[in-house]
Ligand binder design. Structure first.
Ligand code: FE2
Length: 588
């Protein structure tokens, strides 16, 4: 019984295949099409999923789309009419950009895949987010919170999920906030105001926030007044996104906060203007955190449950996640590896399996590695053609020992193993790894690989057994770090030795690595610890600025050739770019 889940036409299209209740594979379209945040109908991803699972389209029990197109159409039309005549000019543009081909999605799936239309199902968008968060967690009973920009109408939902002893599952979303009242849109509006690209630059706002003080907290609070039930409603006089305008904020917002930043102006934090941008970021981050903590706290009181599953793009905010975990009263917070829309492909398929076909729940393998496998032979062929030095290590221990020596000598390693991660984070299978000790390493990576000026340093990966020694983790923090979903303080005594991965405010977005989830990555971290006394590596996604994370060995090789990556590893094959001078200093 195979079910195909699809998300498409907004950003981050993806496909996922669930067979007999368990995911077989899932991949974002961008990894295959090589167009970052590809929003096209994910034909490449669908084809790969079917091929990988050995399923023909006509054998699919159902194809499930991650939202209801007619409801979304209704929302766009309603908002346009509400803003008439001011919004009328923007309506065709809103239709094109927000809706794309979605209305015709049933016909598209039927004709592209040859699946009869009675086998094409739709979930509501937040049902897909909720299912992705709840069914991927180990919890049998949990509260559910979802928050994003917008789906059809819902922008935030509160509910609960349960799995009974006989495996029957339920998800009840008992409260929702509706567009235009949206935490995702609030944060995106500030992302645009601060001159970063919406849907991509949100993490820069979070990083910038730590450099500032919440000096505009009161102004931002006035833009998001709280309602009697503990939720919030945006004061729409500060916003224009709801009218499909080209600019998402109004003149009134500019009057309160000062001029918006031009995307082309560099941010210089030593100037008053730069400090103001950081203060604005800090203020909106503070308000977002407070609202989420309050909503989570009241959900905990209402349900009396210990576990919270959090989905939707807002769940990528690791600072907010850490506060929810520490302050809301929940003991565990589960954020899936792909809380955003790409994960909805998997969520939609799981929702259909458990709740439409009412099949018994089966526990999901607890890892993020659902994408294509690496073919090391491809790297061998390419490296030989170019006459590069190449080592094959049939024994894993030899490969790890060699890689550790390279890392300890201060070299940057492109590390490709097994199946690619689903979601925006590289978690050890398509990663760039480096020594975490010196701030200079962070600068080298930004300059020679990422080609960016970032406000957050890179993330550390640590075996879960050692995490507490280096990081201040609340109860449940190690679990939240599984998919790099929380930002936690680095213990003060280690901050200097972990300069490349410690943020200006002393925190880090730590990945806690369990042996069972990523045995080879775990072994590498342990071996690096044995060599340097610090079992921690800098882990950043293996891609250049503006490109999707590498998928195949050939893409890793191309990135390696075009950037400052010194060493490339695919499975058990290690390639060096050039002979390193023997005088380079090892890490002590
Ligand atoms: Fe979403």
């Amino acid at each position: 019984m195979a079910i195909l889940g699809i998300s498409a036409h907004y950003h981050d299209s993806a496909a996922a295949l669930v067979k007999d209740g368990v995911p077989v594979c899932a991949v974002q379209e961008e990894r295959l099409s090589r167009r970052k945040n590809d929003a096209a109908f994910p034909l490449n991803a669908i084809e790969w999923c079917l091929d990988r699972a050995g399923v023909r389209p006509e054998e699919l029990e159902a194809v499930v789309f991650y939202e209801k197109p007619m409801l979304k159409f209704e929302r766009i039309l309603t908002m346009a009419l509400r803003g008439f005549p001011r919004s009328w000019g923007s309506f065709p543009r809103a239709m094109r950009s927000a809706l794309g081909g979605k209305l015709w999605v049933k016909g598209m799936i039927a004709s592209d895949l040859g699946v009869p239309s009675d086998r094409i199902l739709f979930t509501e968008h937040h049902q897909a987010h909720a299912a992705a968060a709840f069914f991927a967690s180990p919890a049998r009973r949990a509260a559910i919170l979802t928050a994003d920009g917008v789906g059809e109408w819902a922008t935030l939902s509160l509910g609960r999920g349960s799995i009974e002893d006989d495996g029957s599952a339920s998800i009840e979303l008992f409260r929702e906030l509706r567009f235009p009242h949206s935490l995702g849109m609030l944060y995106s509006t500030f992302t645009a105001y601060l001159g970063f690209p919406v849907n991509e630059g949100e993490h820069k706002v979070m990083g910038l926030a730590s450099y500032g003080k919440p000096a505009f907290e009161e102004q931002v609070r006035r833009m998001v007044p709280r309602t009697a039930d503990g939720a919030f409603a945006l004061d729409l006089s500060y916003f224009e996104f709801q009218e499909g305008a080209r600019r998402s904020f109004s003149d009134r917002l500019v009057a309160e906060l000062g001029p918006a930043r031009d995307p082309w102006d560099p941010i210089d934090l030593s100037t008053a203007e730069g400090a103001r941008y950081a203060d604005v970021a800090s203020s909106v981050q503070r308000v977002l955190e407070e609202i989420l903590v309050d909503l989570a706290r009241s959900l905990q009181r209402e349900t009396g449950l210990q576990d919270l599953c959090f989905g939707g793009g807002v769940a990528l905010n690791g600072c907010a996640n850490a506060r929810i975990l520490s302050e809301s009263g929940f003991r565990n917070l589960y954020v899936p590896c792909a809380p955003g829309d790409s994960g909805c492909a998997l969520g939609a398929a799981l929702y259909a399996d458990r709740l439409h076909f009412r099949r018994a729940h089966r526990a999901l393998p607890d890892h993020p590695y659902w994408g294509p496998e690496i073919d090391a032979g491809e790297l061998v062929r390419l490296a030989r053609e170019d006459g590069l030095e190449l080592q094959e290590s049939p024994r894993e221990g030899d490969l790890i020992a060699r890689t550790v020596e390279e890392l300890a000598a201060g070299r940057i390693v492109g590390w490709m193993q097994g199946c690619a991660e689903l979601g925006p984070r590289a978690l050890g299978n398509r990663s760039i790894l480096a020594a975490p000790h010196e701030a200079a390493m962070r600068d080298t990576l930004n300059r020679s690989i990422k080609y960016r000026e970032e406000f957050r340093p890179f993330a550390p990966a640590v075996p879960i057994e050692h995490a507490e020694r280096f990081f201040e983790l609340p109860e449940g923090g190690a679990r939240l770090g599984r998919f790099m979903s929380g930002v936690f303080p680095v213990r003060p005594e280690w901050r200097e030795r972990l300069a490349a991965v410690t943020h200006v405010d002393g925190t880090a977005r730590v990945q806690t690595v369990e042996r069972a989830m990523a045995p080879r990555f775990h072994a590498l971290l342990e071996a690096y610890g044995a060599r340097t006394n610090l079992p921690i590596l800098l882990n950043t996604s293996f891609n250049l600025a503006g490109e999707p994370i590498v998928n195949r060995a050939a893409e890793g090789y191309s990135t390696f050739r075009r950037s400052g990556v010194d060493v490339l590893v695919a499975e058990n094959v290690l390639v060096r770019k050039r002979r390193q001078a023997s005088s380079e200093q090892a890490v002590e």
